[in-house]
Design a protein around this ligand. Structure first.
Ligand code: HEM
Length: 498
């Protein structure tokens, strides 16, 4: 983490100045033409840099909010590697006993920056680990799966939760129109509309990579892996009614509680674990390891503990340290690689791209994003170059002043031949009966009677708000493929026969 002094306002007794540091007597003053006869001056003067600069800076205070996950809160902390996993991964920060400073941010997905913390929504759970080999970002959600597995669907799906182009209103029809036509979403819909949809605070939720990554050991051998962050405070949730009430009474309750807990020394912690799968296991598994709509059964792929994540320091300044933090699944370190999951592959591009738009081309130089280790490469210049621009060192691969190159063996994993192919085609996954097996298990084996009742009520409340009967029927048909009881019970509540 950058030293606290980077973020501190400075010594207590500071003198008020203009932005160029010149002392200025009174913040409210403006230069005006005046004959001094009345208590109010005449016209303003363009030469009044203090005043023009005040207004001009104010006019530019807002940066684009995140296109998704705009509402969030976060803090700083530490990851401690508690177990030896060197047999599967050579990332240095995973060496047993190592402690790595980090910044974490939780967020809702669909709402704007001022929206309520208790909205029914998946939650983002992002962590920037400042390792000795560069920054490694976990850009996770609080659900182990996602609504889609074809990346081109993502902007469409997100648009259905944003505002209608004409009315500028959110619209239940858009949401269910999409979901009912893309039934692979139903697994995540069941989690969203169940108790997991409104966690009772940042600390009471788990985090999941969702995607499959590849871990590589020092010998270059690799396994598929998924990350799990299990809250040591346990999962807790609000009911729909509590969530709606709190959205009105205290829309920032999650951020407020987190801040207060940390100030009181009541630090939230998570146990970090891995699920792994070998190539052979992946080939035999009934689902694809690149299918983001599926979980890996814990009975077959047990959690292997890795470390502990503790959140223990509030930001000094929210904008500098949380709004400007820029996570990317492509910020990886040696020993950890992306899998061929096409959604993950798309995300590798999308995050640095949106950061260049939201924060600028030099977003990695912003103190909260800057690695602790020195950066040495041939990138130079650009707007807001603020870190010395790598000084006098040549800006090309020079033989006169060469860079040092890492002596670490190249650990790039081999491709998984079984899943590699030789032809190119336009691909869109198809939905089949296998897609309903895990949602059915959720309904039959995981949800108890109370959870089932709350799920039925939550869906009915939302789907019941659709104007189109056709959309309602189509979604009921999707639920029917999961379990006929679901469709019948919701159908009865919303007055539509499944
Ligand atoms: C935020 C794109 C899927 C987790 C974002 C942002 C974009 C984006 C553009 C805004 C980032 C920013 O402005 O800083 C996409 C695309 C996806 C996708 C194109 C699929 C094709 C996912 C999935 C997950 C996820 C599957 C979780 C497994 C997050 C999180 C954030 C985020 C946690 C908030 C990061 C923060 O706290 O700053 N996503 N996303 N996204 N996304 Fe995704």
């Amino acid at each position: 983490m950058p030293s606290a002094s980077v973020w501190k306002a400075g010594p207590e007794n500071v003198t008020y100045t203009t932005s160029n540091g010149a002392p200025f007597p009174e913040p409210y003053q403006t230069q005006r033409v005046s004959n001094g006869k009345k208590n109010i001056g005449g016209p303003l003067l363009l030469q009044d840099f203090h005043h023009i600069d005040l207004l001009a800076h104010f006019d530019r205070e807002r940066i684009p909010e995140r296109v998704v996950h705009a509402k969030g809160g976060g803090a700083h902390g530490v990851f401690e590697a508690t177990h030896d996993v060197s047999d599967i991964c050579c990332a240095k920060f995973l060496e047993q006993g190592k402690k790595t400073p980090l910044t974490v941010r939780w967020s809702t997905v669909g709402g704007e920056s001022g929206s309520a913390d208790t909205a029914r929504d998946p939650r983002g759970f992002s962590v920037k680990l400042r390792t000795e080999e560069g920054n490694y970002d976990w850009v996770f959600n609080n659900t182990p799966i996602f609504f889609l597995r074809d990346p081109a669907k993502f902007p469409h799906f997100i648009h259905t939760q944003k505002r209608d182009p004409q009315t500028h209103l959110k619209d239940n029809d858009m949401f269910w129109d999409y979901l009912s036509q893309n039934p692979e979403s139903v697994h995540q819909v069941m989690i969203l509309m169940g108790d997991r949809g409104i966690p009772k605070g940042h600390r009471h939720q788990h985090g999941y990579s969702g995607h499959t990554f590849k871990l590589v050991n020092e010998q270059g051998n690799w396994v598929y892996a998924q990350w799990h962050l299990r809250s040591d405070s346990g999962f807790k949730h609000y009911t729909q009614e509590e969530g709606v009430k709190l959205a009105g009474e205290n829309p920032d309750i999650h951020n407020q509680e987190l801040f207060e807990q940390i100030e009181a020394g009541d630090f939230p912690t998570w146990t970090v674990s891995l699920q792994t799968m070998t190539q052979e296991q992946a080939e035999k598994w009934e689902h694809s390891v690149f299918d983001l709509t599926k979980v890996w059964p814990h009975s077959e792929y047990p959690l292997r503990p890795v470390g502990k994540l503790t959140v223990n320091k509030n930001p000094e300044n929210y904008f500098a340290e949380i709004e400007q933090v820029a996570f990317a699944p492509s910020h990886l370190v040696p020993g950890i690689e992306p899998s061929a999951d096409p959604v993950l592959q798309s995300r590798l591009f999308s995050y640095p791209d949106t950061h260049r738009h939201r924060l600028g081309v030099n977003y990695q130089q912003i103190p909260v994003n800057a690695p602790l280790v020195p950066v040495a490469n041939f990138q130079r210049d650009g707007a807001m170059t603020v870190n010395g621009n790598q000084g006098a060192r040549p800006n090309y691969q020079s033989t006169v002043v060469p860079l040092q190159y890492t002596k670490r063996p190249v650990v790039h994993s081999a491709t998984h031949d079984d899943f590699a192919a030789s032809s190119i085609g336009n691909f869109l996954s198809e939905v089949n009966d296998l897609d309903f097996v895990q949602p059915r298990a959720l309904w039959e084996k995981v949800f108890d009677d109370g959870a089932k009742e709350r799920f039925i009520n939550n869906v009915s409340g939302h789907l019941g708000g659709c104007k189109s009967k056709e959309i309602q029927l189509r979604q009921l048909a999707v639920f029917k493929r999961v379990h006929p009881d679901i469709a019948a019970r919701i159908g009865e509540k919303i007055g539509v026969s499944a």
